[in-house]
Design a protein around this ligand. Structure first.
Ligand SMILES: Nc1ncnc2c1ncn2[C@@H]1O[C@H](COP(=O)(O)OP(=O)(O)O)[C@@H](O)[C@H]1O
Ligand SMILES: Cc1ncc(COP(=O)(O)O)c(N)n1
Length: 514
């Protein structure tokens, strides 16, 4: 009798398994962190590894120094020889496909130089430089000898440099930085040193109720603002921010969107771990794995939100579907089969338990078509059924709080009528805005803003926009043709669900706007 080998994992041997043989090799975005080790694991290489892991990005490491460090301060620093740093760089860069390099503590000029040599030899998609010089505890991590290396060699190669206030000041020859306008001036001067983008971090800005960072891309300034979390656990925020930016760039994000995601991540992680107690010193580490408390499919999404999904946005209405004798799930199924690119469950008169049951069924339908499903207003239902996100109005939960509750992964949309509301939605960490009502509608008694109002909002909105309100076959094309690039699609209710055949209506509407 033929001998059958059983592998311990219970799988058929490779050569006999056609399914395994057909499997495509899969690639994970890859960040290389070139930084120092922090024995307390709050900052440095350890923070970078945790940040990348929690953003679902692979992180390799080249260690430049080993520090004896805890929540009180830095007790010792052992700098590795530049030859050994060069050897590590060569090992990783010559073999593994690195997308983005992120640098932290670079404690000697020799190390800066071998890094620049290796970056020239093995070019990568992006270089993120966190110019670590002084720890938050006030200890020196890189002396003035490396400054020339930063200014002359490394910064001109950087896609972004992320100094905190002290580091920005040192890079510019000890200029005092005390206000947001000082930060803007510093960002401009540092940009003149050669990096493509600059983020001056304001975690240590005195007398500021908010944590404000200034981003400058050589043309425009952005003040990125989040409320300041009241916690001692801010050790490693700078390293984490830079790693998170690197991770998002490795996934393919644009620079501004990577920076915004990273900032939202820091805010959410600090909120999540504000009461954590590790160590007796003044500055504790925080917990990077907030997403793990909510292990779910969305944790494996590589790109959290694709604005193109706003093209044909189906918003349900149970009264209409009841009138035509179909369930919400049947209506959603027809809409996604007809080509709806995103769905929102807007069910105002339904018990929570029923809402949850319906949401779970609709989620299954949407996932099978790779269409995101959002829930109107109800953050509790969004979390309970692990929907892709929530859509909120101006009188619902504020978007900043929704972001804190939902974490950085979920999609958040906000209804906006005015440019001011659109600006606030962006500051609060929303992903898109729904703008309207453009035309009068039966689903909401509301002031309409018309095509001009829509244009005004689109022109200032930094977020993608979907138009809503009285939109259907007759006027959808006119809306799509208003000629503003961030208008990504139309959201419709009656045009799909107050009709006999949802499938046909969706197909027809898609044909008109595509
Ligand atoms: N208490 C806080 N609440 C919210 N965000 C914070 C807080 N402290 C720092 N941040 C943010 O963390 C990031 C790192 O900033 P900062 O602490 O200034 O850098 P570093 O760790 O290099 O000193 C920035 O985006 C900053 O705005
Ligand atoms: C090895 C190493 N790298 C970087 C930092 C900066 O982090 P922080 O500014 O939070 O002290 C640090 N303390 N240690």
């Amino acid at each position: 009798m033929a001998k059958v080998e059983v592998l311990c994992c219970g799988q058929v041997p490779f050569r006999n398994n056609p399914k395994t043989m057909m499997t495509q090799p899969s690639k994970i975005p890859h960040v290389l962190s070139v930084a120092g080790s922090d024995s307390g694991a709050g900052a440095g290489i350890q923070a970078d590894l945790k940040a990348c892991a929690s953003r679902h990005v692979y992180c390799s490491t080249v260690i430049t120094a080993v520090t004896a460090q805890n929540t009180v301060g830095v007790q010792g620093v052992h700098i590795l020889h530049e030859h050994f740093v060069a050897q590590q760089l060569n090992s990783v860069l010559s073999d593994m496909h690195v997308d983005v390099v992120k640098t932290g503590m670079l404690p000697s000029l020799g190390i800066v130089k071998v890094l620049c040599q290796n970056l020239r030899k093995f070019p990568v998609k992006a270089l993120v430089v966190d110019p670590v010089m002084i720890s938050t505890s006030g200890d020196v991590l890189a002396g003035s000898s490396v400054l020339a290396g930063f200014r002359e060699e490394l910064l001109p190669m950087a896609d972004i440099v992320t100094p905190n206030l002290k580091e920005a000041s040192v890079l510019l020859g000890d200029v005092p930085l005390k206000s947001v306008s000082d930060m803007r001036a510093a960002a401009k001067l540092i940009h003149d040193l050669g990096p493509r983008n600059v983020l001056v971090k304001g975690g240590d800005l005195p007398n500021s109720l908010d944590a404000i960072d200034v981003f400058f891309n050589g043309e425009e300034f952005y003040e990125l603002c989040s409320s300041r979390v009241n916690t001692r656990n801010t050790h490693g925020t700078g390293c984490t921010l830079a790693s998170c930016i690197a991770a998002e760039l490795a996934k393919g994000s644009s620079m501004l969107s990577a920076v915004k995601t990273a900032k939202q991540f820091i805010k959410a992680a600090l909120d999540y771990s504000k009461d954590l107690v590790i160590g007796n010193g003044a500055q504790g580490p925080f917990d990077h794995f907030l997403a793990l408390k909510n292990v779910n499919q969305s944790a494996y999404r590589q790109n959290r939100f694709n604005p193109d999904t706003l093209l044909l946005y189906a918003v349900t209405d149970s009264t209409m579907n009841r009138k035509w004798g179909r369930s919400i799930a049947e209506a959603v199924k027809a809409a996604v089969e007809g080509g709806a690119t995103i769905v929102q469950l807007r069910e105002k008169d339904i018990e929570t338990r029923d809402f949850l049951d319906v949401a779970k069924v609709c989620l299954k339908i949407c996932r099978s078509h790779r269409v995101p499903l959002l829930i109107n207003d109800r953050i509790d239902v969004t979390l309970a059924c692990d929907a892709d996100g929530v859509h909120i109005g101006q009188s619902d939960m504020p978007a900043s709080l929704a972001r804190t509750l939902l974490g950085p992964e979920k999609i958040i949309g906000v209804s906006c009528k005015t440019p001011e509301q659109a600006e606030q939605a962006w500051v609060d960490g929303a992903d898109y805005i729904g703008c309207g009502g453009v035309y009068p509608t039966n689903t909401k008694a509301n002031r309409t803003i018309g095509l001009d109002g829509l244009k005004d909002v689109c022109q200032v909105s930094k977020l993608p926009v979907v138009a809503i309100g009285g939109i259907g076959l007759s006027n959808a094309r006119a809306i799509m043709e208003i000629g503003v690039p961030n208008l990504k699609g139309v959201a419709v209710v009656s045009a799909l669900f107050d009709r006999e055949c949802v499938l046909t209506e969706t197909k027809n509407l898609l044909a008109v706007i595509s």
